[in-house]
Design a protein around this ligand. Structure first.
Ligand code: AMP
Length: 300
């Protein structure tokens, strides 16, 4: 999406963000040897050109970034009130991304089968148009059958869904098809009434997941891999500026670390370091130099 941020009465800062994009950016910044492709739909307008250029400047592959002939990207505007509370206003009901499934032809899906991993979240599931989900699930089944690992973060945004029941239905399907789940406790609390990281792990156990990673803010991270349940300690950040995309940064760096052969404990610590760094900067995408400096000190 296009991100607009008020700088002063008459000036807006322009940026680009979106949960899967944020994860892709942080994965690539930490693990440049990995090939990271965006799969999305944008328009043919000038802002879409800028968005595409930004993907490229973050060294993301753009072969699967489709250009819709008439739609344009979604936009959101962030304001911060006097008490520092953030407010978001969205214009996304008619975005190009809602049409992504139209571009997922059998040929495109075949091309995607060469990937090791396909990562998606609850947000695309919320914005796909009525009727698009069936084709999306069929595409995912094809990828899975070809050996692509499917990874899902059940990111829940209530205002994007027609009902909670519909979100639960689609998330159930997603978790059934996934190999790895990366839920945040808060999302599961709102949807299923789950209150703790342990209960979140228990919830995930009903699915055939080979790896479960539960993010619990500054408190802890729980992992369940095979039968091994581990609790990982997180060092809380005292000066939090903006928590936008903490979970996304965590996802991208965790998956990048795992794909690069790192163990569970080390991958969690690198991911937590990345998330802890991102929340000390405003906006979804932290400045490249500051982010890379901190991560290189952490051993990347
Ligand atoms: P959340 O989506 O709130 O669970 O946060 C995602 C990840 O960001 C967590 O798993 C932590 O690694 C990190 N994180 C969130 N809040 C903090 C904080 N206050 N201090 C340090 N790390 C944090």
């Amino acid at each position: 999406m296009v991100e607009l941020r008020e700088q002063d009465e008459s000036t807006m800062g322009l940026s680009f963000a979106g949960d899967v994009y944020n994860s892709a950016v942080y994965m690539k910044r930490c693990f440049p040897q990995l090939s990271v492709s965006m799969v999305t739909a944008i328009g043919r307008d000038r802002l879409s050109d800028k968005m595409l250029n930004r993907f490229k400047s973050e060294s993301l592959e753009t072969e699967f970034v489709f250009r819709h002939p008439s739609k344009v990207p979604g936009i959101y505007f962030i304001e911060t009130d006097e008490s520092g509370e953030r407010r978001f206003t969205y214009w996304r009901n008619d975005s190009a991304a809602r049409k992504l499934v139209d571009f997922l032809s059998a040929e495109v899906i075949e091309q995607l089968t060469v990937a090791d991993t396909f990562f998606f979240s609850g947000i695309p599931l919320a914005i796909f148009e009525q009727g698009a989900h069936t084709k999306f699930w069929q595409s995912l089944e094809r990828l899975k059958a070809a050996g692509v690992k499917v990874v899902f973060d059940p990111n829940y945004r209530a205002q994007l869904w027609t009902s909670k029941e519909e979100a639960i239905r689609q998330f159930d399907k997603a978790l059934r098809l996934s190999d790895i789940a990366l839920p945040g406790v808060e999302d599961l609390t709102v949807l299923y009434g789950i209150q703790s990281a342990q209960d979140a792990v228990g919830f995930c156990q009903q699915y055939e997941l080979e790896e479960v990673v539960v993010k619990n803010g500054p408190h802890s991270v729980f992992t369940l891999v095979g039968n091994e349940l581990l609790s990982h300690t997180i060092t809380p950040v005292t000066k939090v500026v903006d928590t936008t995309s903490a979970g996304d940064a965590f996802n991208g760096v965790y998956l990048g670390a795992r794909l690069s052969g790192r163990g569970i404990g080390e991958s969690v610590q690198l991911a937590a370091k990345a998330a802890g760094t991102v929340i000390q900067h405003p906006g979804a995408i932290a400045p490249m130099a500051a982010f890379k400096q901190t991560m290189s000190e952490a051993g990347i």
